[in-house]
Unconditional design. Structure first.
Length: 178
């Protein structure tokens, strides 16, 4: 009986390994599995209550800021993409992913452009600060004081996200009209 249990457990473990092999982890070189402390938020303070317009500022170490298409792409230089209450794009993907499924944008040359990205709370920038003129209410939330998340990722000069690193800042803002 005991041998049968071990055999069953071994078979389950093997099935789990096979199942996990198909989970899309084909680019292990992009997984850092380390704390990336190169970016520090300067202001506002984490979980502070803000009102629009709000300027988010940060510092960055060991990364050279370079404009899109200004030089050959590398992991050590590029610009920032700031996402407000949005999940960031996946590693090696571009900001075109923001428009995935939007047939109006997908059929328009040059879309997504800067105006489209701003309308979707995504801000590419070479600066280390960003003024957010408005912080939109979180859809479906009835809370008067809402928790918003600012996420920053690195982009290379060809417009592709660099690695898995992402830095988040949580802020509170009153619901518009509350």
């Amino acid at each position: 009986m005991a041998g049968g249990r071990w055999l069953a457990r071994g078979a389950m473990a093997m099935a789990a390994v096979v199942a996990l092999a198909g989970c899309g982890l084909t680019h292990l070189d992009d997984l850092d599995f380390r704390v990336d402390d190169r970016l520090d938020f300067v202001s506002p303070g984490a979980r502070s209550t803000v009102q629009a317009p709000v300027t988010v500022a940060w510092t960055m170490k060991d990364f050279r800021i370079a404009a899109p298409d200004s030089e050959p792409p590398s992991r050590d230089a590029g610009y920032f993409a700031v996402f407000v209450d949005q999940s960031p794009i996946e590693p090696r993907h571009t900001l075109a992913d923001v428009a995935d499924g939007d047939t109006l944008c997908e059929g328009r040359p040059g879309c997504p452009d800067k105006a489209y990205l701003v309308d979707h709370d995504v801000y590419p920038t070479t600066a280390t600060s960003l003024e957010l003129p408005v912080i939109s209410d979180i859809p479906g939330s009835e809370e008067e004081l809402q928790l918003h998340t600012i996420t920053i990722v690195l982009m290379d000069t060809s417009g592709h996200r660099i690695g898995e690193s992402a830095w988040q800042l949580d802020l509170r803002a009153r619901k518009v009209g509350a």
